[in-house]
Design a protein around this ligand. Sequence first.
Ligand SMILES: [Zn+2]
Length: 65
Amino acid sequence: MALSDLVTDLLSGTNTRSPDTPTNQSTAETSSHVYECRNCGTTVTPETVVCPCCDHDEIVEYPVD
Ligand SMILES: [Zn+2]
C-alpha cells in the first residue's frame, strides 16, 4: 500500500533532509560545573578566587549533570 509512495519518495528525494544534523550541542560547555564559596555557599563565577560575600578564598567546584 505505501510501498509505491516510499519508492516515489526515494526516487524523487524531495522529502530527504540531512539525516544527522544535531542542533543543540555547543552551549553546555561551561554550565556543567557550579562554583560556590566553601564558607558561605554563595554561587560565584569560575574565575572567582575570593568570595565577594565573605572574602573567603576557598571556592569549591561541584559537577552538575
Ligand atoms: Zn563566602
